[in-house]
Design a protein around this ligand. Structure first.
Ligand SMILES: *Cc1c(COP(=O)(O)O)cnc(C)c1O
Length: 462
């Protein structure tokens, strides 16, 4: 399987090179040259597999430059860190099927992809004798999942900036109690935006980037999308077995469009998904796209589901490539126009195609609280505020003849304040959070200055 860029200037590259490239060198995003098709016989066979076996089978369709035994070992190690024997179990309650993606080390769905990406990076770096210094800024979820993905790995150091005193206590502890020598937590005296700006500036210094082999773990890496395709197949198989129905809908709490794009890939592979329900919070640029045929920048509003607070969705370009008939020139023109005007509009035919694949609903903070409260009252099941967005949208847009799978993207214990506001008590804490306060910590407080961060990276890089 070879990979190409949505912008057309990179093509014919193998999987391993696509992983190490991250963002395509022409500024586009990498995609497989063709999406493999699963026959009904393949799907029946896949439905019998345990999660790691299934992950190996699905990924093998996209990866032909890593020996099978090595890929198998990478996959097995990546999912051995999950605390549930099924890795991503399905809980059927309240008229929906909740696909729990939060049993990894940081209790959010990003672990599914980042546990694999960390092992994959290490494998590829050892093979080529190279090193990498990962640099990123976080407001919470991504940073901790990235840290747990590469902690203790050879040939990789990771530097994660978080705003000092401004991330939730659980998230701060999850990051700073990782004391592996290759992990550097930098608490900057500034905001999340300062952190993002500094990281962008440092990546913009191409000489520095090259000299220190800087790498990123953001959601545009193809390997992250690929790892997420697996649980759509797994969830579909479980719900088919439970209901006897062949076709499902899937509701996805969406921010950067990475998770739901993996669902789109699964759908194109032949997994019987009727609609992907694109659930957004008050930051609803993607809901306006599906429902009004216009993709236009708005302001970012802070909400109760902070991991979905985005302005533009970095993975949206991958879907556009297909919507535009796999024509990179049209993708380039659309983004050039978007850079000038801050908007893209779509023809009636394109809108028709979009609404055949997606349904969408935007869920505001009041409805998030209402959904957590109502769902708990009806079922006893506690939703986190991100999952609540998806469950509200899923329940609203479901039809009685097609089962609705709702992706649960975070454990409620990560967001105790919103849960407490809804149900009057804190969610139960899973064992991995017990005693976190008493563990040793490793964190450096540092000024929010690009020069200071560069110096730190220079002194501690591989
Ligand atoms: C990152 C995240 C999302 C959004 O996923 P995207 O792939 O960016 O659409 C939703 N919920 C949680 C808990 C997250 O951490």
């Amino acid at each position: 399987m070879r990979y190409l860029s949505t912008r057309g200037q990179v093509r014919g590259i193998p999987f391993k090179q696509a992983v190490m490239m991250g963002l395509a060198e022409d500024g586009g995003l990498l995609l497989p040259e063709s999406i493999p098709h699963l026959t009904p016989g393949d799907l029946d066979a896949f439905a019998k597999l345990a999660y790691p076996e299934l992950a190996f089978q699905v990924m093998s369709r996209f990866i032909d430059d890593i020996p099978s035994a090595d890929l198998k070992s990478l996959v097995d190690r990546s999912y051995a860190t999950f605390t549930h024997p099924e890795v991503t179990p399905v809980v059927s309650t309240g008229g929906v099927h909740i696909l729990e993606l939060f049993h990894g080390p940081t209790l959010a769905f990003k672990d599914v992809a980042l546990q694999f990406l960390g092992n994959l990076f290490e494998y590829l770096l050892i093979e080529s004798g190279a090193h990498m210094n990962i640099l990123g800024a976080t407001s919470g979820d991504t940073g901790s999942a990235a840290i747990y993905g590469v902690r203790g790995k050879r040939n990789i150091n990771i530097f994660i900036l978080h705003p000092h005193g401004k991330v939730s206590p659980v998230q701060e502890l999850q990051m700073t109690t990782v004391t592996d020598p290759n992990v550097y937590n930098l608490a900057i005296r500034g905001t999340f935006d300062d952190g993002q700006r500094i990281v962008k500036e440092i990546f913009g210094d191409l000489e520095f980037k090259k000299r220190f082999a800087l790498g990123a773990v953001n959601s545009i890496n193809w390997a992250r999308v690929l790892a997420q395709v697996v649980y759509y197949v797994y969830g579909w198989a479980k719900v088919r077995a439970a209901t006897g129905l062949e076709t499902v809908d899937v509701s996805v709490p969406t921010g950067n469009f990475g998770d739901i794009f993996a669902g789109y890939v699964a759908r194109r592979m032949g997994v019987p998904i009727r609609h992907l329900v694109l659930a957004t919070n008050a930051n609803n640029i993607l809901t306006r796209f599906v429902n009004n045929g216009e993709y236009a920048i708005g302001d970012v509003h802070p909400t109760l589901s902070p991991s979905m607070d985005i302005q533009v969705a970095s993975n949206f370009e991958r879907y556009l490539y297909y919507l535009y008939g796999q024509d990179p020139l049209r993708v380039c023109n659309a983004f050039a126009g978007f850079a000038r005007s801050g908007r893209m509009t779509f023809s009636t035919a394109e809108q028709h195609q979009v609404t055949g694949e997606f349904r969408s609903l935007s869920v505001d903070d009041a409805s998030i609280i209402d959904e957590i409260r109502g769902f708990h009252a009806a079922t006893g099941y506690v939703l986190d505020p991100h999952t609540a967005v998806g469950v509200r949208a899923g329940r609203t847009l479901a039809t009685s003849d097609v089962p609705m799978i709702c992706l649960a993207t975070a454990h409620p214990a990560k967001f105790p304040d919103a849960v407490h506001q809804a149900i009057g008590r804190n969610p139960e804490r899973p064992a991995s959070l017990n005693g976190l306060e008493d563990r040793p910590r490793r964190c450096e407080t540092i000024d929010a200055e690009t020069g200071a961060i560069k110096q730190f990276v220079e002194r501690h890089s591989l």
